[in-house]
Design a protein around this ligand. Structure first.
Ligand SMILES: NC(=O)c1ccc[n+]([C@@H]2O[C@H](COP(=O)([O-])OP(=O)(O)OC[C@H]3O[C@@H](n4cnc5c(N)ncnc54)[C@H](OP(=O)(O)O)[C@@H]3O)[C@@H](O)[C@H]2O)c1
Length: 206
C-alpha cells in the first residue's frame, strides 16, 4: 500500500493516495438523498485522499475541500469521468474568478496538461478568443480543444510577440505578472494556478 505524507504542521499519514475517481455507488446512508446504489458517479475526494482505493466513503455534500461528488454525465465512460475532477475544478474556479466572457482575448499559458486543457475549453465555452501556449508535441491537441491560436514555447520568443490579452491565466505556474506587462491590456488580470485563490465557494462538478 502506498504511503504519502501531507500536513501543514506535522506529517499526516495517508494510506491510500488519489484525488479523482469514478465508479458506482455501492451503498448509501439512511439520510442520503442524492444517490442510490448503482448510480454512476465521479468525485474529487478533497484532502481526505483515497481515490485509488477499491471503495471510498464520502459525504454527499459538504465544503468543497471535503470533496465533491456528482452523478456522471450520460455517455461518459468511467476513465473519462475520472480524468475531470481536479484539473476541471481548478480550471473552472480560476476561469470563473476571472469572469471570462465573450469578446475577450484570453491567454492560457501551459495549455496542454490537466488544468490547461480544461482552461482552454472553458474559456472557449464562455465565448473568449483563446491562445494556448504548450510544447511542440501538443500543438495540434490544444488546437483540437478549441484554441484559436497556439504558441510553441520552445520556438517562439514569448511573451514578446506583440499580442495583447484581456486575461492571462498561467495554468502551470512558470511565469509572473511582471513578465506579462507588455502583453496584458490595461487593467487586465494575470492569474496563476500557483496563487492562493483556492477553490471558489460554490465550485462543483455539476
Ligand atoms: N493536475 C491537477 O489536477 C491540478 C490541480 C490543482 C493544481 N494543480 C497545479 O497546477 C499546475 C499545473 O498542473 P498540470 O497537472 O495541469 O500540469 P503540469 O504537468 O504541471 O504542467 C505541464 C504544462 O505546462 C507546460 N509547460 C511545461 N514547461 C513549460 C514552459 N517552460 N513554458 C510554458 N509551458 C510549459 C506543458 O506543456 P507541454 O507538455 O506541451 O510541453 C503542459 O501544458 C501544477 O502546479 C499543479 O500542482 C494541478
Amino acid at each position: 500500500m502506498a504511503r504519502l505524507y501531507n500536513g501543514l504542521f506535522r506529517p499526516k499519514r495517508i494510506t491510500v493516495p488519489g484525488f479523482d475517481l469514478a465508479g458506482e455507488i455501492e451503498a448509501a446512508g439512511r439520510n442520503v438523498r442524492r444517490f442510490r446504489p448503482g448510480d454512476r458517479v465521479f468525485a474529487w475526494t478533497g484532502f481526505g485522499f483515497g481515490a485509488y482505493a477499491e471503495y471510498k466513503c464520502m459525504p454527499e455534500t459538504g465544503k468543497p475541500m471535503d470533496g465533491m461528488i456528482e452523478l456522471m454525465p450520460a455517455g461518459l465512460a468511467f476513465d473519462e469521468a475520472a480524468a475531470v475532477p481536479s484539473g476541471g475544478i481548478t480550471a473552472l474556479s480560476f476561469i470563473r474568478k476571472a469572469n471570462v466572457r465573450a469578446g475577450q482575448k484570453v491567454m492560457i499559458y501551459g495549455a496542454s496538461d490537466s488544468v490547461g486543457t480544461y482552461a482552454v475549453q472553458l474559456a472557449r465555452h464562455f465565448g473568449a478568443e483563446v491562445t494556448g501556449v504548450c510544447g511542440t508535441a501538443n500543438l495540434d491537441m490544444v488546437k483540437s480543444l478549441g484554441a484559436d491560436k497556439v504558441i510553441d514555447y520552445t520556438k517562439e520568443d514569448f511573451p514578446g510577440n506583440g499580442e495583447t490579452y484581456d486575461l492571462v491565466f498561467d495554468a502551470v505556474g512558470k511565469t509572473s505578472r511582471s513578465r506579462w506587462k507588455k502583453s496584458l491590456k490595461k487593467g487586465g488580470p494575470y492569474i496563476s494556478v500557483m496563487s492562493s485563490a483556492g477553490l471558489l465557494p460554490g465550485t462543483s462538478l455539476s
